[in-house]
Write a new protein. Structure first.
Length: 135
């Protein structure tokens, strides 16, 4: 397996892992302290902004020039262009995968916070009802 294939497999594994964690957060199995989850979600959102800026830059990298008119030069230009945008292991595809992982991370953190907040609110309501009943 080549290095780019193993990196692609690693990104696919990361996507699968965060999809699983997101499902756990949706089901209330994964919970985070509100402040920690908020900080993690904020950091993921900051990274998403940076990756989106990189994506804007990277999209145009497949339009290369200056290689000359020889057939070998054109072949090199096409190869470098596909590394930027066009092949499975291109920079654009790697950025898309990273954006997908960070989006899942942010959503998972926010869901985990929400479930904890819901759980805390539910427990507080039950305690309030118990206190009202004992009066």
């Amino acid at each position: 397996m080549s290095e780019s294939q193993s990196e692609g497999a690693g990104m696919q594994a990361a996507v699968a892992r965060w999809q699983s964690l997101k499902k756990q957060a949706e089901g209330g199995e994964l919970r985070l302290d509100e402040q920690i989850g908020t900080d993690l979600a904020r950091h993921a959102d900051q990274m998403l902004k940076k990756l989106n800026k990189m994506m804007d830059i990277t999209v145009g990298l497949d339009r290369l020039s200056g290689f000359g008119t020889l057939m070998s030069a054109e072949a090199l230009r096409d190869k470098f262009g596909s590394k930027a945008n066009g092949s499975d292991d291109s920079a654009v595809n790697r950025l898309k995968q990273s954006i997908e992982v960070l989006t899942l991370m942010s959503e998972t953190y926010n869901l985990a916070i929400g479930k904890l907040t819901e759980s805390d609110q539910s427990a507080a309501d039950k305690l309030r009802q118990l206190n009202l009943g004992s009066s």
